[in-house]
Ligand binder design. Structure first.
Ligand SMILES: [Zn+2]
Length: 114
């Protein structure tokens, strides 16, 4: 390999090492989406029926795919705290995996004789 090719390969390997470090720094990880919502209870005599500010909640609803089906689960505020982070980390991890793929393709191209 030429020195220019070597330098490019080294750069790609460094980027991959950095991606691995970033991934290993992630703690919680989850797919899905989390919604914070207020609800109306349905009792016509309850304040929530006429006053939007008197709605009940907040409720945290986590939606996720399981076996190809969309599921919903209500979380406690404590669980929601973890889930916000876990979902943000999942997004970060997917971005890192795409970057890892790109660097792998770079390395593969560098090793292909022209
Ligand atoms: Zn109500």
């Amino acid at each position: 390999m030429s020195s220019a090719v070597n330098a490019k390969a080294t750069k790609s390997n460094e980027k991959i090492a950095e991606i691995k470090r970033s991934l290993s720094a992630l703690e919680h990880l989850s797919s899905g989406t989390l919604l914070k919502r207020m609800k109306v209870c349905g009792n016509p005599r309850c304040h929530c029926a006429s006053d939007p500010a008197a709605r009940h909640g907040p409720y945290y609803e986590w939606s996720y795919l399981k076996g190809g089906k969309l599921r919903h689960r209500t979380l406690t505020p404590e669980q929601a705290d973890i889930m916000w982070l876990a979902i943000a980390n999942h997004r970060k991890a997917k971005k890192l995996l795409r970057a890892w793929e790109a660097q792998t393709r770079n390395l593969m191209e560098l090793k292909t004789p022209k």
